[in-house]
Design a protein around this ligand. Structure first.
Ligand SMILES: Cc1ncc(COP(=O)(O)O)c(C=O)c1O
Length: 362
């Protein structure tokens, strides 16, 4: 057959979104399944979001504001940075893709930890950049020393995921300081802080405050997790103005939709509620971690809204066993399983499934 698409994509794994509740109902006949596989916060849209979205729908036959002025101004106020340093997009994953487009030509290198967010290899391959993956340390965190060692003349981008998805580990300020001092000034460092709102360790720095002033640092954030907008797709980044301007040139036009802009503006008015919800998640995260440790699983401390079970070769069987008991988790075979923190009742359901699964996989 005539080849119509790039041959190098044949070896690229597809993004796996996690099984849906409908899948479990259809395949296993389980009606009461729960999904703890995509790291959303479980408490519904924030107050005012549905109303704000409903209101703007009357204008949905028109393009949204391409400059995203009102929302960028609101974010600028909140973050204490100039609005021209902010770029918004259709989720932070789209911005990661845009960052790669703005920095890499085919054959250029992108350094990142592995395991880390599974979209990184995909966005690298999108432009034919070479992924340089540095294995995590024995305690499941980034090996920043080896990441710095791996930077070559071909390296254009380094992605640091803090806290790391899927292991939940947080990098401390001293380690990041040391790492940044070793990165050449012509290599862009992306600090992906999708889970920043869930960080409780005071030594894990807020990159927006600590590093965003650096010329070669971009801070990436999402409103999908703590801010409850996963289904509406809104992420943003903060970069130096000239870096932001270059990124905007390759940004898909109008990619922050009318509803995403309205929803984000409404969500930003709910900071107290976001904090309240994150505190609930954090309390449950610590409870789930302790319970899993009592079951003999060596769960690393998590700074995010999920926990990592380093089950190695047992990952797939554990994932299937949980699904058979109505709990969808995310197995990354042969490394481990990531489980999103849900409501207390959902977490209890998961812990019961986990106990049974550890005793009798699948
Ligand atoms: C580390 C990390 N970065 C970015 C994203 C993308 O988030 P979104 O595209 O929903 O903004 C995720 C989502 O899971 C993530 O875990």
């Amino acid at each position: 057959m005539t080849r119509l698409t790039r041959a190098d994509l044949d070896g690229l794994p597809s993004y796996v979104p996690g099984r849906s509740l409908a899948d479990l109902t259809r395949e296993l006949g389980i009606a009461e399944a729960i999904k703890l596989a995509s790291n959303e916060v479980p408490y519904g849209p924030l107050p005012g979001v549905v109303e704000a979205v409903t209101e703007v729908m009357l204008g949905s036959h028109r393009y949204p504001d391409m400059g995203v002025v009102e929302l960028r101004d609101a974010l600028a106020d909140r973050l204490g940075v100039a609005a021209d340093r902010i770029v918004t997009g259709c989720g932070s994953v789209a911005l990661a893709e845009t960052l790669v487009k703005a920095t890499c030509l085919p054959g250029d290198e992108i350094v990142y930890a592995w395991r880390s967010f599974e979209a990184y290899p995909i966005v690298a391959a999108g432009v034919g950049a070479t992924s340089v993956r540095i294995p995590n340390t024995a305690d499941h965190g980034h090996d920043l020393a080896r990441m710095a060692d791996a930077i070559t003349e071909r390296t254009r981008l380094v992605i640091v995921c803090n806290p790391n998805n899927p292991t939940g580990t947080g990098l401390r300020k001293a380690e990041i300081d040391r790492f940044l001092s070793r990165v050449p000034s012509d290599v862009l460092v992306v600090l992906d802080e999708a889970y920043r709102e869930m960080v409780t360790d005071p030594d894990v720095p807020d990159a927006m405050r600590t590093y965003a002033h650096r010329p070669n640092v971009v801070v990436l954030r999402t409103m999908s997790k703590a801010w409850g907008l996963a289904g509406l797709r809104m992420g943003y980044l903060v970069a130096q103005p000239e870096v932001a301007a270059a990124i905007r040139k390759v940004l898909t036009p109008f990619s922050t939709s009318l509803v995403a802009q309205a929803a984000a503006l409404a969500a930003l008015r709910q900071e107290d509620e976001v904090k309240r919800r994150c505190a609930l998640v954090v309390a449950e995260r610590d409870r789930v971690t302790e319970s899993l440790r009592k079951l003999g699983v060596d769960v690393p401390d998590s700074q995010a809204n999920f926990v990592w079970l380093p089950l190695g070769d047992g990952a797939a069987a554990f994932g299937t066993a949980c699904e058979n008991r109505g709990v969808i988790v995310r197995a990354f075979h042969p490394d481990g399983v990531r489980v999103t923190i849900g409501t207390p009742a959902e977490n209890d359901q998961f812990l019961a499934a986990a106990e049974a699964a550890l005793e009798q996989p699948a």
